[in-house]
Unconditional design. Sequence first.
Lengths: 236, 342
Amino acid sequence: MRILAMDSSGLTASIAVVEEEQILCEYTMNYKKTHSQTLLPMLDDAVRMTGLSLDSIDAIAVAGGPGSFTGLRIGSATAKGLGLALDKPLIHIPTVDAMAYRLYGFGGLICPIMDARRNQVYTGVYRFENSFEIVERQMAEDIVKLAELLNSYGEKVVFLGDGVPVYKEKIRECVTVPFSFAPPHLNRQSAAAVGALGLVYAKEGKLENARDHQPDYLRVSQAERERMEREKGREE
Amino acid sequence: MNEAKDITILAIESSCDETSAAVVRNGREVLSNVISSQIDLHKLYGGVVPEIASRKHIEKINQVIEEALKEAKYTLDDIDAIAVTYGPGLVGALLVGVAEAKAIAYAKKLPLIGVHHIEGHISANYIENKELEPPFLCLVVSGGHTHLVCVEDYGKYQILGKTKDDAAGEAFDKVARAIGLGYPGGPKIDKLSKEGNSDAIAFPRAHVGDSVYDFSFSGVKSAVLNYINGCKMKGQEYNTADIAASFQKAVTDVLVDHAMKGVENYGLKKLAIAGGVASNSSLRMAMKQACEEREIEFYYPSPILCTDNAAMIGAAAYYDYLNGIRSGWDLNAVPNLKLGER
């Protein structure tokens, strides 16, 4: 099985081709440029350098959210277009799950945090016992509440993600269990992890048609939120 | 350039609140033109909400493309190029179409052509008027744009004038809201105007400084709002049909006047209109009459081709294709793209 994977949910733009035994290639940039301009040229570079035939891909895995709304849609539309043109299924990988999967085998809790603004992070809590275990499903959460949640588990925890530089001080202040921060080669989104988790999903039959795929934003749009608040206000 | 061979283009448009895909042969023959409108969703907010529009585009885009291919009885293997609107428009909305089009073109090893949205509107006129060729003058009027353009050749444009503030369609929306008609305002004002007297109220015909061709619609919009407020303060009733008709006449007069100056000064024999407001019955009638008086050929697309649609993008892309224009894999959405720029 061979999976083309991509993640454009944050500042990271990443594409990878993942096989059962190895990563054929991975191209990751943490550089401020729009994914709209970089993602496809990155794929093109990788394809040309490996002489890969796109028809040999079995499925396309994409980080399906949460993340930057626009970034998610660039990844999704790219995956949907490829899926449509190549007639291949898509695999929707929750962004935070894939980030945690990078730290496969870590003995303790894994807590990716993505800066979600408004004092919130997109996060989740994970653990490896015998297999990859989702302790707390991905969510948008207040950073202080997240610290309280982690403290209640009483286990050591490793943080990663672009929320770390933003909330480092807050974490030092509020987290009472032993904690650490993942090093640079493991601390951001990676398409290789999306693809590796994609292999697991594919074996479990968690495939979707390119037509039906859409990102999971974890948040409604601001306009919808304000409208719902207004309507709620009227009811009260 | 081998003109004997048919060129069939799959075109994608997602610049605002319509998700559309079309299959167009040789620029003028529309094999399919599927449009998924989100208008009912945006009515709740009194206008287009960019984030909601973008979300809807990603939800619908594959379905719309698949339907367009199916209706045309084409597969991607029979397509010669992929075209997509890359600006101007809402950036988040544009990006969905651009990323999708790039991925399809890349996977199928097809040429990619980024198309200017206004160029698409202008080219909508080619579809039903097989004999229309440049040069001609085109008035593009929609909710987002008001441009008077001299189409010198395929892909070659000179902008004579544009709005300095509100687009014509935007003024329709705002006035419609003020008289309680709701969104979108254009068709509602058009309908209500038929019951009103267009000479009942003298709203201003604004001209912009020393520019013969530029437009300004915020003045007439404010005049309508002031008129309504004035009536309310005096406790007077006001006739919304008369307001609609008089406002529509004020806008139409200016559009026709500028267009006629354009054809006369540039010695053009053909005039086309395009964009959502080109469906307005009063504008069509007044422009037709003015053209007849001057023996100028008048062209206008049917209402479905006046709205945002992908067929017009496929029409424009055909001439870009013949001119050797190709976009790279780094094609980006350009929300403020200027006509004639790449």
